[in-house]
Write a protein that binds this ligand. Structure first.
Ligand code: ABU
Length: 518
């Protein structure tokens, strides 16, 4: 065919019907085949795993001065990308807190990409601005904030949503922080459960510097600021839920030390065990000590859609703010993370800098209300709202409820199946609250050992990584494992795609047994 660089349009950033139309169709056919339909069938691999040094040799990654020869070559590059990428939409991908392929969500994501918007001003993103207002109101209503009032932000991931909570809570407690940072402040403290998401530590450190003025003064002056050490872990019970007595004790200790506690973050659906903290009780403590209450429902928030399961988040309406990621339990395409807050103005008060080139106050429409960008920390921002709004249109709240009920039902089946396969499998949590199912696989050679001995646990710790390696190399499925507190490596099976069936659960457990033969 014609060499790409012989075409005078080859360098343009605008699609040409002559040059690109067939290419678009070819790419679209490829996506449908490899990522949507044939490529994610159960008889296909989840991953063609290669070690980095081998994958580097297969992929044509090096960049040069000249373009590739032809569009066929470009298409081959995309085929290569698809071939060696993990098929996270495959029903046997149960590795992470996202999976599945929502057809309407994916289509809307393509539309958002094609429109290439940036949702900071109404003039640039009129439809998405109004759409965000509608989606946030509806989500706040589901959370139970009075009359659905408040504000909302789409964030680049749940970590950033938790970071917004820290930022806003800190501003609420010490508004001078906006101008002066933490200079001269007392040591500020956040309380989280031991099993909370790691983002709280990261974002506390990101937003505040933990320091002493001079090394020599460290011994005489109290430390200042906000760092990882100021995120205090609260003990959890056997189910992974925050223990209220320990929360109260640690708040009291912090006050006695002369620190400045300002926030408690409860978790609704912890990352590993799927535990729901007792929000109502946490809220009472927050009220007593006048602390900001954030609920990280990034994972468990989807359960709010189901009349059957929303009780898991009882009390969430008492929170000041909530993180809720529809790309998790609700299967919206990545990324779809929200920060919802009861106070309508505080995000703007905390973050706005009124950049005059973007947020002109003398616009011909109500820019103070409709130019939503200044309350974010980001400037440019994708229209993540579209996929979620479109999915909601396609399913209605009832469709989301049916999805949640289905996946919780499959998770309950998985627990029964694991019990029935004892002694090969042992549950960590006998009665998980969310769709995280945590368990050990006990290979035949360990089944007669004393399961209280250190030797047993040392050996068992090595089992899950070996099984994971075997399944990755086979490409047959992907499930994650981890240690947690005193627990040695165990598997975490998570279900969020309503494509996963009871038959699939049997396949997962059979495959773990196959990979785990001594
Ligand atoms: N940040 C939560 C996602 C981690 C996971 O998929 O397990």
């Amino acid at each position: 065919g014609e060499e790409l660089q012989d075409n005078p349009l080859y360098y343009k950033t605008f699609p040409s019907k002559d040059l690109h139309e067939k290419f678009f169709h070819d790419v679209f056919d490829l996506i449908l085949k490899e990522a949507m339909f044939e490529g994610v069938q159960r008889d296909k691999l989840v991953v063609r795993f290669k070690l980095p040094e081998n994958l580097e040799k297969i992929l044509h990654l090096k960049l040069g001065k000249k373009p590739v020869k032809s569009q066929e070559d470009l298409l081959d590059l995309l085929k290569e990308v698809m071939k060696y990428s993990v098929k996270t939409g495959h029903p046997y991908f149960i590795n992470q807190l996202f999976s599945g392929l929502d057809p309407y969500g994916i289509c809307a994501e393509w539309v958002a990409s094609a429109l290439n918007s940036s949702v900071y001003t109404y003039e640039v993103a009129p439809v998405f601005t109004l759409m965000e207002l509608e989606v946030f109101e509806k989500m706040r209503d589901m959370v139970g904030f009075p009359r659905g009032q408040g504000d909302g932000l789409f964030c680049p991931g749940g970590s950033m949503a938790n970071g917004y909570a820290i930022s806003v809570a800190r501003y609420r407690k010490r508004p001078e922080v906006k101008e002066r940072g933490l200079c001269g402040m007392k040591e500020m403290v956040i309380f989280v459960s031991e099993d909370c998401h790691y983002s709280f530590k990261k974002l506390a450190s990101f937003q505040g510097h933990y320091y002493c003025y001079y090394l020599i003064l460290c011994f005489t002056l109290p430390p200042k600021g906000l760092g990882m050490k100021n995120v205090v872990g609260i003990k959890v019970d056997h189910k992974g839920k925050m223990i209220i007595e320990d929360l109260v004790d640690k708040i009291e200790i912090s006050i006695e030390k002369g620190q400045d506690p300002f926030m408690v973050a409860a978790t609704a659906g912890t990352t590993v065990l799927g535990a729901f903290d007792p929000i109502e009780e946490v809220a009472k403590v927050c009220q007593k000590y006048e602390l900001y209450l954030h609920v990280d429902a990034a994972w468990g928030g989807g359960a709010l859609m189901s009349p059957k399961y929303r009780h898991l988040l009882k009390g969430i309406e008492k929170a000041d703010s909530v993180t809720w990621n529809p790309h998790k339990l609700l299967c919206a395409p990545q990324q779809c993370s929200t920060f919802l807050i009861k106070d309508s103005d505080v995000c703007t008060q905390t973050h706005a800098t009124k950049a005059t080139y973007l947020f002109q106050q003398d616009k011909f429409y109500d820019a103070a209300y409709y130019d939503t960008g200044d309350k974010h920390v980001q400037c440019g921002r994708r229209a993540d709202v579209l996929k979620f709004w479109f999915m909601w249109k396609a399913k209605g709240s009832e469709g989301f409820a049916a999805h949640i009920d289905h996946i919780f039902g499959v998770a309950e089946y998985c627990v029964q199946e694991l019990r029935s396969r004892s002694p090969a499998f042992q549950l960590l949590l006998e009665e998980p609250e969310c769709t995280n199912i945590t368990f050990w696989y006990i290979p035949p050679s360990l089944r007669d050992m004393n399961n209280k001995s250190d030797e047993f646990w040392e050996k068992l710790h090595k089992v899950a990584p070996k099984i994971k390696e075997a399944m990755m190399k086979r490409g047959s499925m992907m499930i994650t494992y981890q240690p947690l507190r005193n627990y040695q490596n165990f598997f975490r099976l998570v279900i969020q795609s309503s494509e996963v069936t009871k038959e699939d659960i049997k396949y997962f457990l059979d495959e773990i047994e196959n990979c785990g033969k001594d």
